[in-house]
Design a protein around this ligand. Structure first.
Ligand SMILES: [Zn+2]
Length: 78
């Protein structure tokens, strides 16, 4: 009998995590200078093979679905 070797499963692994952060534009007259900042914005955070922390801007909160709104066409012969 042979013991089963631990199978290395690399599928379906979570790609980092998401963080909600606020940013400052840097303008001296902007309200974000003394306030909490712009946002909140959603960022995707993960670590690469070297263990470096990587971030990617996803978009402002709340996230809006990227789609076109259906507009009601003006009908009637008013
Ligand atoms: Zn600002």
């Amino acid at each position: 009998m042979t013991e089963p070797a631990p199978a290395e499963s690399t599928a379906d692994q979570p790609t980092g995590w998401t963080e909600v952060r606020r940013v400052r534009c840097g303008k001296p007259t902007c309200r974000c200078r003394t306030g909490p900042g712009h946002g909140p914005y959603l960022y995707q955070v993960w670590r690469d093979e070297q263990g470096h922390r990587c971030t990617r801007y996803l978009g402002p909160l709340p996230l809006v679905p990227n789609g076109n709104r259906q507009r009601a066409e003006p009908g009637g012969t008013g």
